[in-house]
Design a protein around this ligand. Structure first.
Ligand SMILES: Cc1cc2nc3c(=O)[nH]c(=O)nc-3n(C[C@H](O)[C@H](O)[C@H](O)COP(=O)(O)O)c2cc1C
Length: 166
């Protein structure tokens, strides 16, 4: 396998973290990676909310049943998209994946926590973060210094591949 592709296979959802803050430099690198993502017509219809406040991180666990790891995470990034852009979900998903890959590259652990298209969750997260009404949260990303290790994923399934025609 090509060494340059290691990060793609190394990245796993990490849900246990040490109680050590992510440095401001790393936070900026994660956001730079996010904004390096491709987007339709290069519109970049995204905005990011960086959350480190312990009260807010804990409060997310009350509105999101599968986000309990935020009690341990020291950082969360909410990836938000401009709803008037037809491709906001795709563009923000690309930005999200870039954050996950960058986190793995920096030796951090992260996990994508789905918000959109769960309308109730979207409303609750929007309210908690005072997200502008023309934007919606695609997801929350829990991030921290990893306290668990996972091996690389091996999911290649030739049965899912079709050549020339299905
Ligand atoms: C759209 C989306 C929503 C997800 N939502 C959650 C979530 O709410 N809670 C969680 O713990 N993991 C969530 N995940 C992470 C997946 O469970 C994880 O990516 C999957 O099990 C594969 O494992 P891996 O990321 O370690 O390769 C989500 C992933 C995606 C792409």
């Amino acid at each position: 396998m090509h060494k340059e592709l290691d990060l793609i296979f190394k990245r796993r959802s990490i849900r246990k973290y040490h109680d050590k803050p992510v440095s401001a430099e790393h936070v900026e690198t994660l956001l730079r990676a996010a904004m390096a993502a491709p987007s339709a017509s290069n519109k970049q219809p995204w905005q990011f909310v960086v959350i480190e406040d312990r009260k807010t991180l804990d409060a997310f666990t009350e509105v999101h049943a599968y986000a309990k790891m935020l009690k341990e995470a020291t950082l969360c990034i909410a990836v938000c998209g401009d709803k008037s852009n037809r491709f906001w979900v795709q563009d923000c998903s690309a930005a999200t994946q870039n954050i996950l890959l960058a986190a793995a590259g920096l030796g951090l652990g992260s996990v994508w926590l789905g918000v959109h298209p769960n309308e109730e969750r979207e409303g609750q997260v929007s309210q908690m973060l005072s997200i502008a009404p023309e934007y919606a949260p695609l997801c929350l990303i829990a991030i921290g210094h990893p306290a668990e290790e996972k091996g690389p994923s091996e999911r290649f399934d030739p049965q899912k591949v079709h050549y020339e025609k299905w």
